[in-house]
Design a protein around this ligand. Structure first.
Ligand code: FES
Length: 287
């Protein structure tokens, strides 16, 4: 084999090795990106690099390292022609050729193996993780810390003596204004009109309930003072606050969860625990 041909083969081997290495890096990049939730576009680029690298490596190997051109084998004697024997000896004895081919084959294995492993990662998405259901997670809201003061939507603590029977006051736990599962309201009612005890302790006729409708989670913001009823504007569910906020009309089927409250020594309203049941819609808990 002449020197030019040897250089040609070495360059081809180097190019194929580089392509396989690139393919392995692309596959690893895809796997890491997928595991850490990288952008889909980046994952696509990494996968494309992996596939293109393997294709390029295999292409180079087939085109420049394999036998080239068409061959017609003349059947002569059984002994190897002298030239063929020389070529074989050349190939076998060429310094470094054996280990270079070994490295090339290993890199090919690395590229194919990495791509195979990387493609296992998306399978993870098909396995549903065991996450706690919403009934469990919504059973605990920021109110659970107990002892938190009730604050209005601006974060100002609410005093018991400023809660009247004229309208509701929307409240949050102190330090959690805007928390999605925590909005509640307080209003003062005449305890002698209660037909059922509130589901959570009130104080001096002041009751506190979740603001989230138990039908589909809208805010039940319309209070009718005369009847002591709360209306949900979304689908017209009506909750009777004098009867433990049970639904008396509309599609809601669960009472509004109550919030246990007390008055501290400074006259501020404080929660003594969490809602009496998970706030918001509860369709997931139905059989
Ligand atoms: S969300 Fe309140 S009635 Fe539908």
């Amino acid at each position: 084999m002449n020197g030019h041909r040897r250089r040609h083969i070495r360059r081809a081997e180097l190019a194929a090795a580089g392509a396989f290495l690139l393919a392995a890096l692309g596959a690893v990049g895809f796997a890491v990106g997928y595991a850490f939730g990288a952008q889909t576009q980046l994952e696509g680029v990494a996968l494309a690099v992996a596939c293109a690298g393997s294709a390029a490596g295999l292409g180079i190997g087939a085109r420049r390292l394999g036998p080239a051109g068409g061959h017609v084998e003349e059947h002569g004697g059984f002994a190897s022609p002298e030239l063929a024997a020389e070529a074989l000896a050349d190939r076998v004895t060429e310094p470094g050729r054996g280990w270079r081919r070994g490295v090339l084959v290993r890199l090919l294995g690395l590229a194919v193996g990495s791509i195979g492993l990387a493609l296992l990662f998306p399978l993870r998405s098909l396995i549903a993780p065991r996450l706690p259901g919403p009934t469990h997670t919504l059973r605990h809201t920021p109110w659970r810390s107990g002892g938190l003061r009730l604050v209005d939507t601006t974060g100002r603590p609410v005093r018991a003596d400023e809660v009247t029977g004229n309208d509701i006051v929307v409240v949050y736990p102190e330090g959690h204004v805007g928390a999605g599962d925590a909005p509640a309201f307080v209003v003062r009612l005449d305890p002698s009109r209660f037909s059922a005890r509130p589901p959570a302790a009130g104080v001096g006729g002041i009751v506190a309930y979740s603001l989230l409708c138990t039908h589909a989670g809208c805010a039940v913001g319309l209070y009718e003072q005369g009847t002591g009823q709360m209306f949900c504007p979304c689908h017209q569910s009506v909750f009777d606050l004098l009867a433990g906020a049970r639904p008396v009309a509309g599609p809601a089927s669960r009472p509004l969860p109550g919030l246990p409250i007390t008055v501290d020594s400074s006259g501020f309203l404080r929660a003594t625990g969490d809602f009496s049941s998970p706030p918001g819609p509860g369709y997931w808990s139905r059989p």
